[in-house]
Ligand binder design. Structure first.
Ligand code: 4AD
Ligand code: MG
Length: 464
């Protein structure tokens, strides 16, 4: 008798022993003995498979032979205690529908143990592996936890635009958005491309950050956050950079940099605890397969008090470290990943929040310190990752901000609306950006950012 489909996660949680059940999913392995076949099925609801036992006489050898690794089936039958090792329950198959076969001669996931590099080349099929199932479920759980965290705190989710006319970070690494024909664009009298004739009547790009719009809303709703895709056209081919990544950017009126640091620390610990409590099976799997210190590292971050030191003190520590860094250390230059990881993994052995960076290496919107040299920036550095959060207190004084806008060569006509918030009812405020994929790297223990997003966009790669 066929029954309504059950998800494997529910069957394993409270197995209705003796009842007829139906599961639908993809065959992970099949073992054959003389009179029966054991078919391990996974439906993606949980990392565990369920085993179906199929009688050779009942189903016929030819039919069972056509069920191979990767094929998709619906199996109905009685759920019973399993006598075999490796599973507690199994289904005694009464009926099997074969939805889709997978030719063993060509199915790329026929065998186990593919490299992550190979799996990147088959991004259309890699969700069917245990690893990507685990990563994608954890990604979902973290996205949900992020919304829950802010909702429970009374923050509002702000949908900042993806197409923008401004460059929030001032790094100039933006993807252009246009409907003009690149072969024959309209031109002005002096031969320049005439963007007045473009779709929006101006130059536009994909956003690098939702922060500026977040600030506009925070100066009305007090506490908001954005959570959306952001785009950077920098040519950094590293295990921690994507051209398209997701960012969470809370922005809070009436927060100074200390409140900002407290929120960032609390937020990251909340997400770590949420993952430990809700993603235990997937984390256990990743701990076993990729990184046997993962669970320990997650626990340690949850229990740690993040170290808070200034950039200048960090430079002193690095200069005195005696380490042979690839990139030289000097006051005024940006920290490289190797420097950040030295501070976190070797020196302090816990997450570090670095503050008060040189003004020359940070964005125009950061609040300037009285020393005339540094700004009220805060970066959170994590074990195995380096920078996971970048944020700051914002410059709320109109004149000081205006001076910075000029200094950066930003055109006033591109940012007049941002400046106006400092003219009308300005307020001290702060915020930060958490790179979602860097968070997922930390939670999963994966080592390449291409393996924690379903379809990575990196230089020369946007196939899937
Ligand atoms: O430090 P960033 O550039 O800061 C901002 O964009 C600010 N507007 C945030 C704010 O204050 N609201 O980026 C923030 C975080 C980084 O710490 C990093 O985790 C992540 O975004 N990130 C990237 N992740 C993947 N690929 C890239 N190319 C990234 N660039 C930044
Ligand atoms: Mg940064």
């Amino acid at each position: 008798m066929k029954t309504g489909r059950k998800k494997i996660i529910d069957l394993l949680k409270t197995p209705p022993l003796g009842e007829n059940v139906t599961v639908k999913g993809w065959v992970r392995t099949k073992r054959e003995s003389k009179s029966i076949n054991f078919i391990a099925i996974n439906d993606g609801s949980v990392i565990h498979n369920i085993q179906a036992v199929a009688d050779l006489q009942k189903f016929g050898e030819e039919f069972l032979k056509s069920i191979t690794t990767g094929s998709c089936v619906a199996v109905s039958g009685k759920l019973v205690q399993s006598a075999g090792k490796g599973q507690s329950v199994e289904i005694q198959a009464e009926s099997i529908d074969l939805y889709g076969t997978a030719d063993p001669l060509t199915y790329p996931l026929q065998k186990k143990g593919h490299t992550l590099e190979f799996l990147r080349e088959i991004a259309h099929l890699r969700p069917r592996t245990n690893t990507f199932g685990a990563v994608l479920r954890i990604r979902h759980a973290m996205a949900y936890a992020i919304h829950k965290y802010f909702n429970d705190k009374g923050f509002f989710y702000l949908h900042s635009p993806i197409i923008t006319g401004s460059d929030a970070e001032g790094a100039g690494a933006m993807f252009r958005v246009t409907t003009l024909d690149p072969e024959t664009p309209p031109r002005t009298g002096d031969g320049k491309v005439n963007y007045a004739e473009d779709f929006f009547g101006r130059e536009t790009s994909l956003t690098v950050s939702g922060q500026l719009e977040g600030e506009l809303a925070a100066l009305a709703l007090s506490g908001v956050y954005t959570f959306g895709p952001t785009f950077r056209a920098e040519n950094s081919n590293t295990p921690r950079h994507l051209a398209e990544f997701w960012m969470i950017e809370p922005e809070m009126a009436f927060y100074d940099i200390y409140d900002n640091m407290d929120l960032a620390e609390d937020f990251l610990k909340y997400l770590t605890v949420y993952a430990l409590e809700h993603c235990a099976d997937d984390i256990d799997f990743l701990n076993k397969m990729y990184d046997n210190r993962l669970t320990e590292r997650l626990q340690s971050v949850k229990d740690a008090t993040f170290e808070r030191i200034s950039y200048s003190n960090a430079i002193d520590i690095l200069l005195k470290s005696g380490e042979g860094f690839e990139f030289p250390v000097s006051w005024g230059s940006d920290l490289q990943s190797e420097h950040e990881r030295y501070l976190v993994e070797k020196h302090f052995k816990k997450p570090v929040i670095l503050t008060d960076y040189p003004r020359a290496i940070k964005a125009f919107y950061m609040k300037q310190n009285d020393d005339g040299k540094t700004v009220r920036a805060m970066d959170v550095l994590f074990p195995g990752i380096g920078e996971i959060i970048g944020g700051s207190q914002r410059e709320e004084n109109y004149d000081s901000l205006y001076a910075r806008v000029k200094e950066f060569g930003i055109k006033e006509k591109d940012l007049w609306w941002y400046l106006e918030t400092r003219k009308y009812g300005t307020a001290p405020h702060s915020g930060f950006g958490l790179g979602f994929e860097r968070l997922i790297l930390f939670i999963t223990g994966m080592s390449n950012i291409r393996d924690v997003i379903p379809f990575p966009r990196t230089p020369k790669n946007a196939e899937f």
